[in-house]
Design a protein around this ligand. Structure first.
Ligand code: PEP
Length: 220
């Protein structure tokens, strides 16, 4: 099971309270070094595709690797919704990061309008079309309507989407969208759910620890 905590633009917990958890942590940039130094597996929340250049506000793969960061999220729906990330830039970021030696968790998922219009599979197919299998690539199925809303996908919806994604791209697929200790077991028990990307609940040490403990009990 792959459990990832995305702290978004929050300061987040004290890394010393997270030591020993079998998880990946995505803190804001200013806390990356602190998490690395505490011995946590640490990923960025976003990464550019070039090694350097005139790209104000971006961060490059070698820069992350230079401080011990070993991976990055790419294409989170908040990046797509608010900061103009497109399928094209998600493909570029993913390829650039993997080529440089970072691991990548690439996020895909439909909006509520797309789901209601019966377009979920078409959207996932389009988002996946810019990605290729790679040993260091993990996909995150994050239905946009479930992120930060408290409306978790049912285990059946998650399983169906994960199976569809895997039929198009051979990679582990983790689920993200309002996961909490109370719903973790039913989601993580689905045969094609290989872990979780946890936002809000990763900011609370007790909740995140409980999700990690649940994951550890479920055979991969
Ligand atoms: C996320 O940020 O990727 C996420 C899934 O958030 P939340 O768990 O808060 O829905």
């Amino acid at each position: 099971m792959i459990i990832v905590g995305n702290w978004k633009m929050f300061f987040g917990p004290d890394p010393s309270e997270l030591m020993g958890l079998d998880a990946i942590f995505c803190p804001p940039y200013t806390r990356l070094a602190e998490c690395v130094e505490a011995g946590l597996t640490t990923y960025a929340q976003n990464v550019h595709w070039d090694a350097e250049g005139a790209y104000t506000g971006e961060i490059s793969p070698p820069m992350l690797l230079s401080i011990g960061v070993t991976g990055s999220l790419v294409g989170h729906s908040e990046r797509r919704q608010y900061f103009g990330d497109s399928d094209e830039t998600v493909g570029l970021r993913t390829r650039g990061a993997l080529h440089a030696g970072l691991r990548v968790v690439a996020c895909v998922g439909e909006t509520i309008e797309e789901r209601r219009a019966g377009k979920t599979n078409a959207v996932l197919r389009r988002q996946l079309s810019v990605l290729e299998p790679h040993p260091n690539l993990v996909l995150a199925y994050e239905p946009v309507w479930a992120i930060g809303t408290g409306h978790t996908a049912t285990p059946e919806i998650a399983q169906e989407a994960h199976a569809f994604i895997k039929s198009h791209l051979d990679a582990p697929v983790i689920y993200g969208g309002s996961m909490k200790p109370e719903n973790a077991e039913s989601l993580l028990s689905q045969p094609d759910v290989d872990g979780a990307l946890v936002g809000g609940a990763s900011l609370d040490v007790a909740s995140f620890t409980a999700i990690c403990q649940t994951a550890a009990r479920i055979p991969s």
